[in-house]
Design a binder for this molecule. Structure first.
Ligand code: DC
Length: 211
């Protein structure tokens, strides 16, 4: 069983990259951000507070990894709420337990998130830390919304990206940071294809070393 851990900030391109990698190697993929989003959505839908750790933990324990739907969970408000409940240690313990269970699937898995290489799967065969400048990440978000026929304000998105970084990197429990043995991949000046090729080179080299 082989685990590939992919971490990075919001809109760094790690999700798209992780899906490509999972497809390439025939591995199962889990976007762990969706587990935090599903917990937040369950609280929002039930009209419950986002400040009650015990209630949030109960919701986290009910999340079904098989039923995570990106299209339903991608809403901006859900992402904001997810980032708030993600600071709660009890919520993190519950979701990390489920994520570790997933990581043991054969023949291998790709997990992406913020703390995969540092906390969830510290023994992962390969760890990537995917970044891009806040300006580039905000522009990608902006282009995505425009391409989908929506309207967007670049300045507001940029502020949002920075706020989310502060919350994800500044929290006490499992903050976003590269694992000491992670390979850094800055995609600021790379398209998805170039990022994928760079990741594949790193992964193939790391897997060869393991054999
Ligand atoms: O990647 P995303 O935007 O779907 O993640 C939503 C929030 O969930 C993010 O702001 C922080 C949190 N998260 C986390 O704390 N740990 C993870 N492994 C994945 C996401």
């Amino acid at each position: 069983m082989i685990t590939i851990a992919i971490d990075g900030p919001a809109a760094s391109g790690k999700g798209t990259l992780s899906r490509r990698i999972a497809e390439e190697y025939g591995f199962h993929h889990l976007d762990t951000g969706l587990t935090y989003r599903a917990t937040a959505k369950a609280l929002l839908d039930a009209g419950l507070s986002l400040d009650d750790e015990a209630v949030a933990e109960t919701m986290a324990r009910e999340v079904e990894l098989g039923g995570l739907d990106r299209s339903v969970l991608s809403a901006h408000a859900i992402g904001e709420a997810a980032s708030k409940i993600a600071v709660m240690p009890a919520v993190r313990r519950a979701l990390v337990e489920a994520q570790r269970g997933f990581s043991r699937k054969e023949p291998g898995t790709v997990l992406d998130g913020r703390d995969i290489g540092t906390v969830v799967c510290p023994d992962a065969a390969v760890k990537l830390y995917v970044t891009a400048s806040p300006e580039v990440r905000a522009k990608r978000r902006y282009d995505e919304i425009i391409a989908g026929g929506g309207t967007a304000d670049y300045g507001a998105i940029f502020e949002d990206v920075k706020k989310r970084d502060e919350r994800d990197m500044g929290r006490a429990d499992s903050p976003l940071k590269p694992a000491e043995d992670a390979h850094l991949l800055d995609t600021s000046e790379m398209g998805i294809e170039a990022a994928f090729q760079a990741a594949k080179t790193l992964i193939d080299a790391a897997l060869k070393e393991k054999i």
